[in-house]
Design a protein around this ligand. Structure first.
Ligand code: IMP
Ligand code: MG
Length: 179
């Protein structure tokens, strides 16, 4: 499948499943070296990171637990507008090494929100792994420690990433074709 259409958009193949798995393996090797000996809690961000997280943690040789979080947006009061909060954090992360696993970091707002919430629980340290990073729009000081691919500012789907809920199940990553 080289081309697919979802609603009004056409997508062409961008990163193949084999290329993704090679990048995942490289990230896992780095993490296995750098986090060896730590008590790690890997936290995948739902929904988008479910596929990346599952392939990544499968390659871990470190001592780790695996869990998932969701960022939900709700209507705050008039002054605060929309507020993001985290749901699903059941583990005690105090004094632990947290590895946040995200599908894509775009402006960085979502990651910044997640890190702000997690820091309040005083983990020993927080590392961030993102399969994709769009550096053109990235606008926050907190760095991404492990990146699979830096990509241009195009809309992508597949391997967990969606367009209005569709496309998450695709094993390759596709990019929107401008027309
Ligand atoms: P940020 O908060 O601007 O960094 O955006 C991050 C979130 O926006 C990700 O967790 C994705 O859910 C979504 N997102 C950003 N870019 C894309 C894309 O190209 N395809 C699908 N979702 C995206
Ligand atoms: Mg996401």
């Amino acid at each position: 499948m080289d081309k697919i259409t979802i609603y009004d958009k056409d997508f062409g193949i961008f990163i193949s499943h084999d290329e993704i798995l090679a990048a995942v393996l490289k990230i896992a090797e780095k993490i296995n070296n750098e986090l060896a000996g730590k008590d790690v809690i890997a936290l995948g961000i739902l929904n988008g990171a479910f596929m990346f997280a599952s392939d990544l943690v499968r390659e871990f040789k470190i001592n780790c637990r695996v869990s998932f979080l969701k960022v939900v947006s709700y209507q705050g009061d008039v002054s605060s507008g929309n507020v993001n909060r985290l749901i699903g954090l059941n583990e005690d992360i105090h004094g632990k090494t947290v590895l946040v696993i995200e599908d894509i970091v775009d402006s960085g707002l979502t990651m910044d929100t997640v890190l702000g919430h997690l820091q309040r629980f005083k983990p020993e340290g927080i590392k961030v792994a993102a399969l994709l990073l769009k550096p053109e729009k990235y606008n926050y000081p907190s760095k991404v420690d492990y990146v699979g691919f830096e990509i241009p500012n195009d809309f992508v789907i597949g391997y967990g990433l969606d367009y209005n809920g569709y496309g998450r199940n695709l094993k390759d990553i596709y990019r929107v074709i401008n027309h």
